[in-house]
Write a protein that binds this ligand. Structure first.
Ligand code: C2O
Length: 539
C-alpha cells in the first residue's frame, strides 16, 4: 500500500459564475477542489493550511477513520477549527472501502465551494467486480449562490428564518448552458462509440436532493457510498446530499451529443427550492449536434425515488448483526422556537415571531465552542457534553400528521449517546411532519451501516420488521429518509471515537438536526483510539 501526501491550501479565489465574480473559498485555487485518487489500503496524509479569513476543517465523507477519529474533521466534534493562519495534518488509511467518497469543509457553509472527490480503486493488483471500464469520470453535483454562502447562512441565523435557496445547481462547478453566461464553460464528458465508462456521481449540494440522468443512455448502478452493489439498470438516479453512486454507461447510441442533467427532488410541502436544471454534455467523438435533452422526473415524484432506492442490495451476503445491544428510535424533523416577547422582531422572522429549529428526539443539538467532543471524551473534560441523549422520543404521536404546537419546540442540548465497543446497534430513523414534512439525508460519521428497510408512515414494529432485508442490505453512510417515512439501519460499534450523525442538508444541520455517538475503546490495542496528533488545533 502507498502513502499519498497532499497540500491543501484553503484560500480566497476569484470565481466567476452567472456573470458575476465572487471571492470564493477554494482549496489550492481549484473549484471543485482536487480529486484524491487512491487504492483501497492506501494512507493519505493531507496537510491543510488555512489562508482564508474563516475557521475551517475538512471532513473525509464516508472514510471510516478506524481508530483515527482525530482526522474525521467535523468542527467541535472531533477537532477545534483550523483558525485563519493555522494548519493541521489529517492522516488516515482507507480500509476495506472501494468506490467513491468525497471530502468537504465541515464548518459553517464553507462546503458550498470547498469540496472534492475521493476515488478509491480496488486494492493494488485486484480487479473491479465488473468488466474493466474503458474510461472513468467524476461528476460532482453542487449548488451555487450568487452571493457569499457564509453571508447567506449568517443572515439566516441572525433572523431565525430560512436562508435563500441557491441560484444554480452545478456539475463539476459549472451551471451549464441552461443558465445565463454559462454555456461557454459547460462541462463536457467525452466518450467513444462502444466504450464503457465508469461514472462516479457525487451529490455535493448543500440543501437539495437531486435527480440525475443522461439522455438516451441506460445507467447501470454498481456501487454507492464506497461499497459495491448488485448491478441494476435504471434511467434515472436520485442522490441525497452526501451520497455517491457509481454507474457504468455504455456508449451505445448514435454518435451525437446528449445532456447529462440534474434537478431537484423536493417533495417537502411548502418548502421553497431551486427548480432549475444543471447540465453537462456527453459528447461522442466528432459529434457537433445540438445536445438531446433527457426527461427528468417532476420535483415531487416520490414513486420514482422509491422504485430506485428499493433496488439497492449489497454485492456480497452481508454480515448483518441479528442480536442487538441497543435499539434506538430517533425522530427527526423541523420545529420552531417561539421567541420570548423581549426578543427583537428582526431576530424572529420565522412564522409567528419564531426562529426555525430542527431536532432528533426533540433535542436540538448545540455544538460546543470551548473544546471538541472528542477531546472532552479523551481527556475527561467535564461540562462539554451530557450523556443523556434519549433512546426514544419522550412522547409518541402521529409523526406524519399535523401535531399540536407544544411539540414544535425542541429543547437545546449537547446530548450524546454512549456505546460500548462492539455494541450491536439498530436505529429506527423516523421523519416527523412537525412544522412541515421534509426530506432528510441522514449521515453517520465513522461507520457504514446496513439499511434494512425503508417505508412511509409511522414505523410499526409489529409489521415492518417483516420487511427487513437481513441477507444483502446495502451498506451506506447516508440514507435519504423517505418523506413522511422511516428507515431502519444497523451497525456494529467497532470504531472508537465520537461520531456525529446528522442531516446532510446544511440548513438542517445548522438548526440542530444532529446527535453524537461516543464509542469507547475496545480491549485490544487495535481497538483503541490513537493519541491526538501534536498539531491538533486548539480552541
Ligand atoms: Cu458529509 Cu458531517 O458530513
Amino acid at each position: 500500500a502507498k502513502t499519498h501526501n497532499h497540500d491543501f491550501v484553503v484560500q480566497e479565489t476569484k470565481v466567476t459564475r452567472l456573470c458575476k465574480t465572487l471571492n470564493s473559498i477554494t482549496v489550492n485555487g481549484q473549484f471543485p477542489g482536487p480529486t484524491l485518487e487512491v487504492n483501497n489500503g492506501d494512507t493519505l496524509v493531507i496537510h491543510v493550511t488555512n489562508k482564508a479569513r474563516y475557521n475551517v476543517t475538512i471532513h473525509w465523507h464516508g472514510v471510516r477513520q478506524m481508530t483515527t477519529a482525530w482526522a474525521d474533521g467535523p468542527e467541535f466534534i472531533t477537532q477545534c477549527p483550523i483558525r485563519p493562519g493555522g494548519s493541521y495534518t489529517y492522516r488516515f488509511t482507507i480500509s476495506r472501502q472501494e468506490g467513491t467518497l468525497w471530502w468537504h469543509a465541515h464548518s459553517s457553509w464553507l462546503r458550498a465551494t470547498v469540496y472534492g472527490a475521493i476515488v478509491i480503486h480496488p486494492r493494488e493488483g485486484y480487479p473491479y467486480p465488473f468488466p474493466k471500464p474503458n474510461r472513468e469520470s467524476v461528476i460532482m453535483l453542487g449548488e451555487w449562490w450568487d452571493a457569499n454562502p457564509i453571508d447567506v447562512i449568517r443572515e439566516a441565523t441572525r433572523t431565525g428564518s430560512g436562508p435563500n435557496v441557491s441560484d444554480a445547481f452545478t456539475i463539476n462547478g459549472q451551471p451549464g448552458d441552461l443558465y445565463k453566461c454559462s454555456s461557454q464553460d459547460t462541462v463536457k464528458v467525452r466518450v467513444d462509440s462502444g466504450e464503457t465508462s465508469l461514472i462516479r456521481v457525487i451529490n455535493a449540494a448543500l440543501n437539495q436532493q437531486l435527480f440525475f440522468t443522461i439522455a438516451s443512455h441506460k445507467l447501470t448502478v454498481v456501487g454507492a457510498d464506497g461499497s459495491y452493489v448488485k448491478p441494476f439498470t435504471t434511467p434515472v438516479l436520485m442522490l441525497g446530499p452526501g451520497q455517491t453512486t457509481d454507474i457504468l454507461m455504455q456508449a451505445d447510441q448514435a454518435p451525437a451529443r446528449y445532456y447529462i442533467a440534474a434537478r431537484a427532488y423536493a417533495s417537502g410541502q411548502g418548502v421553497p427550492f431551486d427548480n432549475t436544471t444543471t447540465t453537462a454534455v456527453l459528447e461522442y467523438k466528432t459529434a457537433t449536434s445540438k445536445p438531446i435533452m433527457p426527461p427528468l422526473p417532476a420535483y415531487n415524484d416520490t414513486a420514482t425515488v422509491t422504485a430506485f432506492t428499493t433496488r439497492f442490495k449489497s454485492l456480497q451476503i452481508a454480515p448483518v448483526p441479528t442480536v442487538l445491544d441497543h435499539s434506538l428510535f430517533i425522530t427527526m424533523g423541523l420545529g420552531i422556537h417561539q421567541c420570548p416577547p423581549e426578543t427583537p422582531a428582526q431576530n424572529c422572522q420565522a412564522p409567528n415571531r419564531s426562529r426555525f429549529a430542527a431536532s432528533m428526539n426533540n433535542v436540538s443539538f448545540v455544538f460546543p465552542s470551548n473544546s471538541s467532543i472528542l477531546e472532552a471524551h479523551y481527556h475527561g473534560i467535564p461540562g462539554v457534553f451530557t450523556t443523556d441523549f434519549p433512546a426514544k422520543p419522550a412522547v409518541t404521536f402521529d409523526y406524519t400528521g399535523n401535531v399540536s404546537r407544544s411539540l414544535w419546540q425542541p429543547i437545546f442540548g449537547t446530548k450524546v449517546y454512549k456505546l460500548k465497543y462492539g455494541s450491536r446497534v439498530q436505529i429506527v430513523l423516523q421523519g416527523t411532519s412537525i412544522f412541515t414534512p421534509e426530506n432528510h439525508p441522514i449521515h453517520l460519521h465513522g461507520y457504514d451501516f446496513y439499511i434494512l428497510a425503508e417505508g412511509f408512515g409511522n414505523f410499526n414494529p409489529k409489521t415492518d420488521t417483516a420487511k427487513f432485508n437481513l441477507v444483502d442490505p446495502p451498506l451506506r453512510n447516508t440514507v435519504s429518509l423517505p418523506i413522511k417515512g422511516w428507515a431502519v439501519i444497523r451497525f456494529v460499534a467497532d470504531n472508537p471515537g465520537t461520531w456525529i450523525m446528522h442531516c446532510h442538508l446544511d440548513v438542517h444541520l445548522g438548526w440542530g438536526l444532529a446527535t453524537v455517538f461516543v464509542v469507547e475503546d475496545g480491549p485490544a490495542p487495535w481497538q483503541k483510539l490513537e493519541k491526538p496528533p501534536p498539531d491538533l488545533p486548539v480552541c
